[in-house]
Design a protein around this ligand. Sequence first.
Ligand code: FMN
Length: 164
Amino acid sequence: MAAPDRNEFRQTVGLLPTGVTVVSAFQASGPAGATASAVCSLSLEPMMMLVCLDLGSRSLEAVREAGRFGISVLGESQRAAAEMFATKSPQEEKWASVGWRERLGVPIIEGSLARVVCELAEVIPGGDHVIVTGEVLEVEAEDEPGEPLIYHGGLFRRLDAGEG
Ligand SMILES: Cc1cc2nc3c(=O)[nH]c(=O)nc-3n(C[C@H](O)[C@H](O)[C@H](O)COP(=O)(O)O)c2cc1C
């Protein structure tokens, strides 16, 4: 097989469906956040999460600065937030577009299905990204979490309502 080009790689790995989150942290100028789908649970004992962030992400700087970060899991009605937090708009603009509050020194998005607040553990190199790991300080889920927002094949999607 020939070595894949960048587009082929993106398209191929984009076939793996993911949830959509906003990874967030406070910096001196206020809250910062980015849409992120490269997020997963890492360890149960201790409870840890991992997030892969672009070296060019302004939110990565905020995470390093704060030493803490939040993960807000977006619901299907929060597509506009997913799109906004994927831009390089000023952070004030991003945060003015959503309801948010502070939890343990981390900004989190209201109406998200679940929130996880982490203490920064390690920042591990990974090509043009880094793997950020964090120890879980707090988890919070809506009593009746609605349907999640899904990203697949370069598009935001909803889960099929059918079961089984
Ligand atoms: C669905 C989706 C998933 C994304 N996942 C990631 C991700 O896991 N890590 C990342 O660094 N950027 C990811 N991005 C891109 C960032 O959201 C984007 O680069 C953003 O502008 C970064 O903002 P910041 O510089 O304010 O941190 C994703 C974008 C979209 C639309």
